[in-house]
Design a protein around this ligand. Sequence first.
Ligand SMILES: [Zn+2]
Length: 529
Amino acid sequence: MYEMIIKNGFVIDGTGKDPYISDVGINDGKIVCIGECHDNCELIINADGKIVSPGFIDAHTHSEIPLLVDGSTTTALRQGCTSLCVGNCGNSNFPIVEKNREYYEDLISKEFQFSMEKQKIHFEDFSSYKNALNKSGVTVNVIPLVGYDEIRSAAIGVTDAVPDSEQLDLMKHYLSQALEQGVFGMSTGLEYAPQIFSTTEDLIELSKILALQKRLYISHIRNMYDDLVGGIEEALQIGRETGVQLHLSHMQVNGYKYKGSVTDAVSVIEKAVSDGIKITYDFHPWTGGMSPSIKPLPAWVKTGGNQEIVKKLSDPSLAAKIKKEMQENPYYARYEDMFFPSLKNPDISGKFLTEIADILHVDPIDALFFVIIDEGGSCLMIEFTMYEEDIKAALSYPESVIGSDNFAVPEGMHSNHPRHVCCFPYMIEKYVNKEKIVSLPEMISKMTGKTASIFGLKDRGLIKEGQWADIVIFDAENITSNMDYKKPDAKPTGISYVIVNGEIVYENGEATEKRPGKVLEPSGQHILS
Ligand SMILES: [Zn+2]
């Protein structure tokens, strides 16, 4: 007896093995038949000529709040995703203590650029966030992490201080509480304030708890510019001293000068693995990263809020001083690498800074000042400071997995960056179909089975009897990402069906109304343990 049979597809099972033709029978949310599944079941999907693969697991997203705003997660479904890891780069939306609430609300409204005032988006602990998700319902499964930023700030405030032993105990308390309530690990974003003020010793103390509970230490490392390997070494030290399982976020290097460093990073990781350290990483295919347009300004100019910044740049003598400083200390990204996807002024929107400078007949620094003033202090830009050779180096390591670094953009909201809409189809289209760098089964395993192993998901990530029926059905040869930094809302095509826990959540270009997603629970097991 089956609730659904997927007939005659090419099954790619998530292990990296070659495809085979088979039916897949589903009952009670799980895969119960592989081979010939005979039944006169009502729901038969004809997958003739299509790939039937485990649903994609996005190892790295920032969707913790978008999931509350719009549980349909259509942008994730269009890419074939059935599970999202949320709470990355050290930021989760809990534990938020009252004294920090305003700070985080302000941060989120700036970062996500959508109005959330009326929504309850910050929570005192993981349980209350989980309850809110369960109440509103989600289409996909959720793999939650707790952020180091929130743990630290709950204990000592948003400050550059180093915690004393009492405060460290309080941090341990917040971490233990989140682990007890069911998060898969702790994420860090050591490049960002206030996390930048962490010490390796604090992180080791917290990681001891993670190791004991068999949960992950997931790190956006301290340096992804001129000392990528140094940042990795810090994580390795934490791993060595505590035995915690390490996972590095978005393996990348930023800046023309450091192009090629990912190759060195991968060698360091291979060596660590051969020495017995438990370490993995995820990566994305983007050469362009989002940054606030004020990022290239000297630190003193960026203080005091948007109005203050506009005031400084509008004062001719101050502007001249700032310009001189910027000329003397060049920013790591080149002006021809800075792209403004969406500005109020249509004449300069969708252009590189050097193009804007030509239009305005000024030099690039003055053009940047013009943009910032025109936008009232800040807007987002894309900096093309990452390079194909580094993406390919990250891809070449067999154990690497895919994480889009996106958030599931709520329907109707402008996306700003293609990472939000097309990561997984783009990986297949570019590196499997066009460049033929990896085989399709190998690529699929980096999106499914291997990712499931890292998070210890024993019953997901594979097409196998007994697994939850998280499945994507797609046309491998005709999958199209429509990836275009100039059209960041363009939708990928080629994904026919997405099934979560045995229910169809996406069918021929549209999300269904169903919300069968679950907040997943850690099993305490990892492939590497
Ligand atoms: Zn990050």
